[in-house]
Design a protein. Structure first.
Lengths: 93, 293
């Protein structure tokens, strides 16, 4: 099967692998601790682990965009901030 | 937790999974791949990193299109939501006129987007269109293809004409589901018409209004066909919304890289707004029992 039209690159493949591994980790986590651990956090509505992952990923995307828009290329700092943000989301939201 | 788990049910999900993979996941993967590369056709790509994203985020063209989109959504929501409530309140609740009103209201919703654009394009023309000709006869200088304000007014009126019915039907559904007992209680208390609206009808319509608000916001934020058919994004760039700009960039100029970056930014904004509205909607549902207590 010729997939050249999809224009794959190493970094974008890594990006998608990252997303897929997040989903796999969530599945394994769900297997060992079913129910999704729903709770009401600082946003004052009930969130499950899946919601927290979604909020983390969406927030990280905006952190990266904000970094590119206001500061410039070189996204390692943005990635670091996103990790801190994701940990924050999983702990408090 | 005595649920029976039957993992064979997962097999039933496979068709949907395949459909979503082919129609959404694989295309979006390709868009992400395109957004970090430049191409001159022939499946030859050159790595450019995050350059397109930086360009899009700092480009005046994108800011302007985003601004126009937000302004358009704001204006039509300010008109359609109150107007929809007003029409729903004045519609009959019983009798022969109910189906007549409902069908009349549903008619604009049944017309395809490009036909709506064409109807209004002809309607507004000074030579053959009823609206354009009437305006010209009255001595009003109206031309949606050369005047920015006229173009905006026409697009807004067209959207209001096309979509207010949706708000009306949703509000009407909310209104007819209010039990008569609430109105009886209001009559006993001697409540004014405004109080009935403020304390009975409006709270009872909250759920459907949020749905109407969400649908109208998302639809107007992603609007393409109607303004494209009516004005083609003009005069100048005055009605070039993000979707029109995106198509111009991707198919008109064949700048696939920048267009891919722009569509991802656009998608993220839509996703964020959707998630916020979805959360609000689901929580309105869960809060309801507490409100009624």
């Amino acid at each position: 099967m010729d997939l050249s039209w999809m224009a794959w690159t190493g970094p974008t493949a890594l990006f998608w692998l990252g997303i897929v591994s997040c989903l796999v980790i969530m599945m394994v986590w769900e297997y060992f601790s079913p129910g999704g651990n729903p709770r009401v956090g600082i946003l004052r509505f009930e969130t499950t682990r899946g919601d927290r992952l979604f909020i983390s990923l969406l927030g990280s995307a905006f952190i990266h965009l904000a970094w590119l828009g206001f500061i410039g290329p070189g996204l390692w700092w943005a990635l670091g901030i996103s990790f801190v943000y994701a940990i924050g989301v999983f702990k408090t939201v | 937790m005595d649920k029976t788990y039957n993992n064979k049910a997962w097999l039933l999900v496979i068709p949907v999974f395949l459909l979503v993979a082919l129609s959404a996941i694989i295309p979006i993967m390709t868009v992400v791949n395109y957004s970090v590369q430049d191409t001159f056709g022939g499946n030859k790509f050159f790595w450019v990193g995050t350059e397109w994203f930086t360009d899009v985020l700092r480009s005046e063209r994108f800011h302007d299109a985003l601004g126009r989109n937000l302004l358009f959504s704001f204006i039509i929501l300010c008109i359609e939501i109150p107007l929809g409530i007003l029409i729903a309140l004045s519609m009959p609740k019983k009798g022969i006129w109910v189906p007549v009103c409902l069908v009349l209201m549903a008619l604009p919703l049944l017309i395809p987007w490009n036909v709506v654009g064409t109807i209004w394009q002809i309607f507004g023309r000074a030579d053959i269109g009823l609206l354009g000709h009437t305006m010209a006869t009255l001595g009003i200088d109206y031309n949606y293809s050369s005047n920015v304000i006229d173009a905006w007014v026409t697009i807004i009126v067209m959207d209001v004409w096309h979509w207010t019915s949706l708000v009306v039907l949703l509000c009407y559904a909310g209104l007819v589901s209010i039990p008569e007992a609430y109105y009886q209680a209001a009559r006993i208390d001697g409540a004014s018409k405004w109080s009935v609206f403020r304390y009975i009808q409006l709270p009872k319509m909250q759920g459907v209004l949020i749905i109407a608000f969400l649908l109208r916001f998302m639809d107007s934020f992603m609007i393409y066909t109607e303004p494209f058919v009516l004005t083609g994004g003009g005069p100048g760039n005055s009605t070039t919304f993000m979707s029109i700009d995106l198509v111009k960039q991707a198919i008109g100029q064949f700048d696939l890289g920048p267009a891919a970056a722009m569509s991802l930014v656009y998608q993220l904004i839509v996703l964020l707004v959707c998630y916020v509205f979805f959360t609000v909607m689901s929580n309105v549902g869960t809060d309801k029992p507490e409100v009624e207590e």
